[in-house]
Design a protein around this ligand. Sequence first.
Ligand code: 5GP
Length: 182
Amino acid sequence: MFSGPSGAGKGTVLKEALPILGNIVYSVSCTTRKPRHDDADGETYFFMREEDFKEMGLKNMFLESAEVHGNMYGTRRDIVEAELEKGIDVLLEIDVQGAIQVKNKMKEAVLIFIRPSSNEELERRLRSRGTETEEEIRLRIKNAKKELASADKYDHIIINDSLKDTVSRFIEIVEKYRRESK
Ligand code: 5GP
């Protein structure tokens, strides 16, 4: 599982690392958040109404779910189980609350946390992507500080100073677990 505050560079790292690794799929989460201009339904998220999300929760269809930045997010259990059954690794890009829920259910899950080198750098990145309003940026900065405080729950922490080094480190970690589970 891959976590880190908004603006840590998760998306960019995954875009580069997943094709190199192969045999790994990105799990598309469900969310009640409104789509942003760069979102595509079914690709970045499955966007849904709160009532539908709640109903899925009641039917136990989520492997984990949590409220993040005022919206609900959840991982579909059926998709993850189907991929694992085929022997394909599944990458969950989820927050720390969700990561802990998954680790409690699946001991073999690996938790990787990515963080920027400083709070200033995080704020700079958040502002430069220009996808959130000022209010949303403030909320994300506040949550980022909370999330950074939970980094010690993770199996690995990567400081994203250079994209190239972060991608290599991420690949190295996944390959290590693949070798060990053979
Ligand atoms: P964003 O709305 O910016 O795409 O994501 C906001 C936060 O929600 C990020 O920290 C991301 O990791 C987290 N998130 C995305 N999908 C899920 C999910 O399925 N479960 C949980 N627990 N968090 C998620």
